[in-house]
Design a protein around this ligand. Sequence first.
Ligand code: 5RP
Length: 222
Amino acid sequence: MTQDELKQAVAQAALEYILPKLDKDSVIGIGTGSTANFFIDALAEHKDLFDGAVSSSKATEDRLKDHGIPVYDLNSVGSFEFYIDGADETNERLELIKGGGAALTREKIVAACAKEFICIADESKMVPMLGQFPLPVEVIPMARSFVAREIVKLGGDPVYREGVITDNGGVILDVHNLKIASPMELEEKINQITGVITNGLFALRPADVLMLGTSTGVNTLK
Ligand code: 5RP
């Protein structure tokens, strides 16, 4: 199977997992990226079964609206049952690196509001230790060089993602060469650097369910 077929398979598995639990008032939190896009396209066929969605990015909002799915402001909905999103890396504890699509801050906010975070990913995303994928850090633009210097002190090699401005007006530093043995600790440390908006480690609030697409089928980890 191709990587896209694996992504489609996990999107379908997530859909089948949530569909029986939806009702007319349900609002669904939706992530960003190609795997989330497969999920949105599959979900659209069932749009009469739920109320609408909360989006983690402008790109996802546009795709949802193109399908005729209502998109709500997070402030108007409070908490909700499900958040479905992809990941750039996961370990077996369902701690993640996210933000390859620069949507990490809104993804983290929407995930925080959900009772259950269902991560959908192809098997290439599973690693023994997080950090092979450069860790995205969203930063206030004027703090970029300061934050980069502080990250070097933590042992990382930050690279400015040129030409990218996030939905929040931030910029992204991709931090290379981190071996992340203690994801929760590093998530907290980076968040404490002045000028950091958020970082792409999802360890303090990891996924609750991981649906991993493999050549032999979808493996569900909890
Ligand atoms: C965007 C993300 C995505 O979930 C992550 O980059 C995975 O993307 P894809 O589903 O395209 O492999 O964190 O900020």
